[in-house]
Design a protein around this ligand. Structure first.
Ligand code: GTQ
Length: 348
């Protein structure tokens, strides 16, 4: 059933002109572009961004552009499938690497897109989210959900670099992306909820009737130390199963952000992993360890702190090549796709 559809050129010039004049166009010459048979044709092209390439450029931005002139000093990962300067790594995922130098602050704002950060390098930085001061240690996942105030500060002595993941492309597509600014927040003088209320998986604070329900985002910080320990323990009993943990909202059990999903993965030394084809695109960020990932036939060799992208329905094969485990975080859009009744997996 693959009838060849008519083309624009087959139509008489006067008819084509008449259509443009009234602002209409025929569907059939473009039908297969928007509804290809059998599966989508991804625009995203898989790419590896080596930290050793990006880091010096980011540090140079620290010399070239004061934070006051940047608001956020970020180099973003541009999908080669969309041409140079595309502000997205995949269809839905924006990823940037942000530099904050000792003593600098990035002013408070809130915006409609949601963000999460993964700390890549350096100690002493913090993000204040709706008044909670969240320390940033290597590997930590820190949420700044849409509508939450956030500013960044750095009380350490060496540059701090973290990865930002935002659902910015989606909000730009919705024509819904905007920000509001405010002065720096004065943080509460107490540790953030991940250190107090949500110390252990499966335990949540008792709420009295006279107390409001918890915020929709009760826990904004997921310390890497606990994530790695949980993965290592899971690995001891996982057999041939993938060692993976999703970051979730501890009160609702849902994904930690509305559209973006974050999944921590451990690859045991020598392990190969062959996930199903998924309808979600992804950006993988390497926390530690070394390995290779073959995506649709192209092999990326990765080192700690590198990031690489995978288009929708990509055939993915991971392999840990070092003699220690490799830890990665997969950033994806499964929560969005599930909400719109679409998420799909196909066996390989
Ligand atoms: O740190 O708030 O990479 O607003 C892009 C937009 C980071 C941030 C980005 C932002 C931020």
């Amino acid at each position: 059933m693959s009838t060849k559809l008519g083309t624009l050129e087959e139509l008489p010039p006067d008819y084509r002109e008449a259509m443009s004049r009234v602002g209409v166009a025929p569907l059939w010459p473009q039908m297969r572009n928007v509804l290809p048979h059998g599966g989508p044709v991804p625009v995203t092209k898989s790419h590896l961004w080596a930290y050793s390439d990006v880091r010096p450029l980011l540090l140079r931005a620290g010399e070239l552009t004061p934070v006051e002139k940047a608001e956020r000093r970020v180099l973003f990962l541009a999908d080669p499938g969309r041409g140079n300067g595309a502000m997205q790594a995949t269809a839905t995922i924006y990823v940037g690497l942000q530099l904050l130098l000792p003593g600098e602050t990035a002013p408070a704002h809130k915006h409609t897109p949601s963000a999460a950060r993964i700390v890549v390098e350096g100690e002493g930085a913090y993000t204040v989210v709706d008044g909670d001061k969240l320390p940033m240690h290597a590997g930590d996942l820190i949420l700044t959900p849409g509508g939450c105030w956030h500013d960044h500060g750095h009380a350490g002595t060496k540059p701090v670099i973290w990865l930002d993941a935002l659902d910015l492309p989606l909000f730009v597509y919705l024509e819904g992306s905007y920000a509001v600014e405010a002065p720096l927040q004065s943080p509460r003088n107490r540790p953030d909820p991940s250190e107090v209320e949500y110390r252990a998986a499966g335990l949540a604070p008792v709420r009295r009737r006279d107390r409001a329900m918890p915020a929709s985002y009760p826990m904004m910080r997921f310390p890497w130390e606990r994530t790695e320990a949980a993965l290592r323990r899971l690995a001891e009993h996982a057999g041939s199963q993938a060692v993976e943990l999703d970051y979730i909202n501890p009160e609702s059990g849902q994904s930690c952000l509305p559209t973006m999903g974050f999944t921590a993965m451990m690859l045991r030394p020598g392990e190969t992993a062959r996930p199903p084809l998924r309808s979600t695109s992804a950006v993988f960020h390497v926390i530690s360890g070394r390995g290779t990932t073959t995506i649709n036939g192209t092999t990326h060799a990765w080192d700690p702190k590198d990031s690489f992208s995978a288009p929708v329905f990509a055939a993915i094969d991971h392999k840990a090549t070092g003699d220690t485990p490799a830890f990665l975080v997969r950033i994806h859009d499964t929560p969005l796709q599930e909400k719109i009744g679409y998420y799909e997996e196909r066996a390989r």
